[in-house]
Design a protein around this ligand. Structure first.
Ligand SMILES: NC(=O)c1ccc[n+]([C@@H]2O[C@H](COP(=O)([O-])OP(=O)(O)OC[C@H]3O[C@@H](n4cnc5c(N)ncnc54)[C@H](OP(=O)(O)O)[C@@H]3O)[C@@H](O)[C@H]2O)c1
Length: 246
């Protein structure tokens, strides 16, 4: 099963947070289907590995996606057809113990940075004949979960701002949607699954009985970025194995 090979021919797609995990899979898939991919992460070695897979159509930017330099570089792009706002962090812990530093870090990357990147992307997207933004949300953008109120707050904000952006940017034919994954084994979540009780909790919560794979998430991201989704904006694809359906 696959999309058409030329799905993204002549399209430029930027993936913010593309060195590992879900963002890496989204970047690889966009390149596989012919996009000129701009992959952004801070770790050059990760970008080098990614570029080696599709050297002709992946360009790596080793930089912090929450920096003003990055926002300006996005704004200065000549054209942009797709943006994946994937960079995000979690600071797991009970509400009573959350430090101001944790609260600020999560809000800064998961909400403020997503807004600032999207804001910068509008200028080059106006030069495309239609464009799409995919915000990486989470099932935690729809429900609450123990020790995750801070993260849930940020992902509920991602769901909200996605709808607002979709309404505001529709006049420019810029579509805005989210992909909302359940737990996926990535460098972010690997330490969580060392706790057997937590692992059992997660598997018990997912009716389909397995974790998400990075490719499951990248498939939905690819669909939403593509013209196959040309009438879809302001909504979310929950790739959660049924977690939020309970
Ligand atoms: N994994 C899950 O179970 C899961 C579930 C639901 C939602 N999500 C969401 O999916 C997204 C990706 O999660 P993941 O698990 O794949 O994360 P990950 O394994 O931590 O990978 C994140 C990627 O983003 C890059 N990144 C992070 N901060 C950055 C910054 N300030 N500037 C540039 N690059 C940055 C990291 O590279 P550098 O550190 O080298 O910069 C890395 O390549 C997040 O938004 C997360 O909230 C994940």
């Amino acid at each position: 099963m696959s999309f058409d090979k030329g799905l993204f021919t002549n399209k430029t797609i930027l993936v913010a947070g593309a060195g590992k995990g879900i963002g890496l899979a989204c970047a690889v898939m966009a390149a596989k289907y012919g996009a000129n991919v701009i992959a952004v992460a801070r770790t050059q070695a990760d970008l080098d590995k990614l570029i080696s897979l599709y050297p002709e159509n992946i360009n790596g930017w080793a930089m912090d996606v929450s920096s003003e330099t990055f926002f300006q570089r996005v704004k200065d792009l000549p054209i942009l057809h797709g943006l994946v706002n994937n960079a995000g962090i979690n600071r797991v812990g009970p509400m009573q113990g959350q430090s101001s530093e944790n609260i600020d870090a999560v809000i800064d990357l998961n909400i403020r940075t997503l807004y600032k990147i999207s804001q910068a992307a509008i200028t080059p997207m106006l030069n495309a004949d239609g464009a799409a933004i995919v915000n990486m949300s989470s099932q935690m953008g729809f429900v609450g979960s123990p020790n995750r109120t801070l993260y849930c707050m940020s992902k509920h904000a991602v769901e909200g701002v996605t709808k607002a952006m979709a309404v505001e940017l529709a006049e420019h034919n810029i579509r805005v949607n989210t992909v909302a994954p359940t737990f996926v084994l990535t460098p972010m979540t690997a330490p969580m699954f060392e706790d057997e009780d937590f692992k059992k909790f997660v598997f018990d919560m997912i009716p389909l009985g397995r974790l998400g794979k990075v490719e499951d998430i990248a498939n939905s991201c690819t669909f939403l970025l593509s013209d196959l989704a040309s009438m879809i904006t302001g909504t979310s694809i929950k790739v959660d194995g049924g977690w939020t359906a309970r």
